[in-house]
Write a protein that binds this ligand. Structure first.
Ligand code: SF4
Ligand code: SF4
Length: 535
């Protein structure tokens, strides 16, 4: 029996070392070749840290500085409580108030959500990672400290909880043990949204206590707003990089490729996740090849930050989300384009198409489209000459949560793959029932302390299992297999995951985007666009 089974909700406020431990012996088993412990990456539990809080589990994601005095602790707890109060006011939280209140007021404790959560499952059902655990902690705090009479009746009616610095700091770390994939929310029979609790907690910590993952805030949205991109590329550097990509594409495909910049009156403003330009240049390159071949009138923008679709605010701070989204729309308005198309990036797509709906009003409400539907129209328009036999290798599809479960863009990418990849096969489950890659909500770019170990072993475990199962008919390294992930963030996580498990060498599994497969099938470009080597 696992020790973690005994952890109760109220234990979160008890300062007695770590709240839980994570032990590889408990983790969900993996299929061959990873049923052999020798093929697993090392597990690297964190011991203790003198300067940052590390009392939740054996991992650190946020690195919260330890308060220097009791007084500082008390002030932070007060800030937490006043921030919590704000979350329940219309003027401070109008977009999410209704769903948040519903989630706080109701839970049937049926645990359907737990069975849906890949993190809970992969960890060996660690109580602290249960989707409802952090919600129940918050629910008790809400009932005790915000509800009239809560101090007297809260414990009796809703269960005990102590609000102190231990509770607050553990809750902050715990808000970074959830991918915000909303698989749990999809299954809850009464519409409770445990992922929203994660989001609201991160928002509270960022806005009221200045606590956020450095990769999302300082090195993420702050850098993006200042320089133009969280990759650090300014407009000159990004243009330079794209010029290099154009030259490479021209040489590789035999087609003259020249990416248009700042073209006033173009039909389409394409916004890539700039991480593609740095890490996977063949992806923006393939987009350029397709748009050139299809005769689309398009452009990129060199305005800050309109050449980078990243919007990390989605995961931790509504203000940051709004700041970035407004600048994206302003760039499109300046160019007078008919629409914005968001490249292969799930969170960018959801940020700009759905969440930004609440701030992009009036003349900033420019039509916005996902690359999936846009590409489907091109592929089935007959403007590209496609030869599916060029993609004669096993292909499976990862469904990015933001685009698929949360936006309902399920079929366009499948119709393309079924058309151009004769050996396409689905993962199980797939579509809106998919599992997160394990890098959702910003995890894919978070590797401080030992967090990458946690996502390799726990948050990414279910996805690895799914990929191996999808290719189980031939896992030999000699057979090259393609894991299609039409999302930059997911690709970052899959790269780290497959690398940690050495899945290219051991099983012949490579990952990449959708446009690369399309160009690989184009019969009027030089064959062999996809290069079968690890990158
Ligand atoms: S599925 Fe819904 S009602 Fe059931 S425990 Fe989870 S959040 Fe509560
Ligand atoms: S949102 Fe996803 S990762 Fe978070 S608790 Fe729900 S199922 Fe688990």
């Amino acid at each position: 029996m696992k020790k973690t089974k005994k952890i109760k909700v109220e234990d979160i406020g008890k300062a007695n070392g770590k709240l839980t431990h994570t032990d590889p012996k408990d983790f969900m088993p993996l299929p061959p070749p990873y049923d052999n412990p020798e093929n697993l990456p090392p597990w690297d539990p964190l011991k203790n840290s003198d300067s940052v809080e590390a009392s939740l589990d054996d991992t650190i994601a946020v690195a919260i500085p330890k308060p220097k005095s009791k007084q500082e602790e008390e002030e932070l707890v007060k800030k937490f409580l006043s921030g919590l109060e704000k979350l329940f006011t219309k003027e401070n939280n109008w977009p999410f108030l209704q769903l948040l209140t519903l989630t706080m007021e109701h839970c049937a404790k049926c645990q359907t959500c737990s069975d849906a959560c890949h993190i809970f499952e992969a960890s060996g059902r660690n109580e602290v990672y249960r989707p409802s655990y952090r919600s129940e902690v918050l629910r008790r705090i809400y009932n005790k400290y915000l509800k009239p009479g809560g101090k007297f009746f809260g414990r009796w009616k809703h269960g005990p909880i102590d609000l102190n610095w231990t509770t607050v700091s553990r809750l902050a770390e715990l808000s970074y043990r959830c991918n915000i994939c909303r698989r749990c929310a999809q299954t809850c029979p009464i519409g409770v949204d445990n992922a929203l609790i994660t989001h609201e907690l991160r928002k509270l910590f960022s806005q009221e206590l200045g606590i956020a993952a450095r990769e999302l805030h300082e090195k993420g949205s702050m850098l993006q707003l200042r320089v133009g991109s969280s990759t650090g590329m300014n407009p000159l550097v990004v243009k330079d990089n794209m010029e290099f990509i154009d030259e490479d594409m021209t040489e590789k495909t035999g087609m003259k490729i020249e990416t248009p910049w700042d073209k006033v009156g173009a039909d389409v403003l394409l916004i890539h996740n700039a991480g593609e330009i740095m890490a996977w240049p063949e992806n923006p390159g393939a987009f350029a090849v397709i748009l050139e071949a299809a005769g689309v009138s398009w452009t990129l923008s060199s305005d800050i930050p309109a050449y980078d679709g990243i919007n990390y605010g989605l995961w931790y701070d509504d203000f940051q989300l709004a700041r970035v989204a407004i600048k994206h729309a302003q760039a499109a308005k300046k160019l007078g384009v008919k629409k914005i198309v968001v490249g292969e990036c799930g969170h960018s797509t959801k940020s700009l198409m759905v969440i930004a709906d609440r701030v992009l009003t009036g003349d900033l409400n420019i039509p916005r489209e996902s690359a999936m539907t846009f590409l489907e129209d091109i592929v089935f328009s007959g403007k590209l000459k496609l030869d599916p036999s060029r993609n004669d290798f096993p292909v499976t599809l990862h469904d990015p949560c933001n685009m698929v479960r949360l936006m309902g863009i399920v079929q366009p990418q499948r119709r393309i793959l079924k058309y151009i990849c004769p050996k396409f096969r689905e993962m199980t489950p797939c579509g809106v029932n998919n599992y997160c890659c394990g890098g959702g909500s910003g995890f894919a770019i978070m590797s401080g302390y030992n967090f990458q170990t946690w996502r390799n072993h726990i948050s990414g475990r279910r996805k690895l299992q799914q990929v191996l199962n999808a290719f189980s008919d031939d896992l030999s390294p000699e057979t090259h297999k393609y894991l299609c992930a039409p999302c930059s963030n997911c690709k970052g996580q899959l790269r780290d995951l497959l690398f940690a498990y050495d899945a290219w060498e051991k099983c012949g599994i490579l990952y990449g985007g959708l446009v690369e497969l399309i160009v690989n099938a184009m019969s009027d470009v030089n064959p062999g666009f996809i290069e079968w080597e690890w990158h």
